[in-house]
Design a protein. Structure first.
Length: 166
């Protein structure tokens, strides 16, 4: 009987470890998907240059169109609906939230490039060489094992910038 109890305990530890490893692997996969999609989305958003301003030699990103393009690209690359919740067949399990979307361009009065951009809340520090789109997205941490400690959300930043030739 003692042997069976020990065997059951070892089996329980093995199964718990297996689920914990599967949960961490799921986190890695979801983070990679979010990072790639966020990189593509900020790239597409940075392409939304105001043509009138560009004809006058200034790179000004249209904020309304850029944000719409950003959302559309996220939806297409992650399989999300209009509310940024996963559609059937999407690899994600939870809604994606856009927690930060910032455009830094020549429309900001007194701004010169290179510019040190710092955001302590999301841990972003970068010298920006030209007009940029900065975005942070997040989704809930996948849970296979219920634990008393809740996991931090998966949070992914991305920056797309124009670099001026010197």
């Amino acid at each position: 009987m003692d042997y069976i109890i020990k065997l059951a305990f070892v089996l329980l530890i093995f199964i718990y470890t297996w689920f914990f490893q599967a949960q961490n692997q799921e986190w890695d996969i979801e983070r990679a998907l979010l990072k790639d999609a966020n990189n593509l989305a900020v790239h597409d958003a940075a392409q939304e240059i105001n043509d009138v301003e560009r004809s006058q030699g200034r790179l000004i990103i249209d904020p309304t169109i850029a944000f719409e393009t950003f959302q559309d690209t996220l939806q297409l690359n992650l399989g999300l609906d209009d509310g940024l919740s996963p559609k059937a067949g999407s690899r994600l399990h939870h809604k994606v939230d856009i927690v930060k979307f910032v455009i830094i361009d020549e429309s900001v009065v007194g701004l010169t490039f290179p510019f040190l951009y710092e955001d302590a809340q999301y841990g972003i520090t970068k010298y920006i060489q030209g007009p940029s789109v900065i975005a942070v997205i997040e989704t809930e941490h996948p849970v296979l094992i219920a634990r008393s400690k809740t996991q931090e959300p998966i949070r992914v930043p991305a920056i797309q910038e124009y670099k001026f030739n010197k």
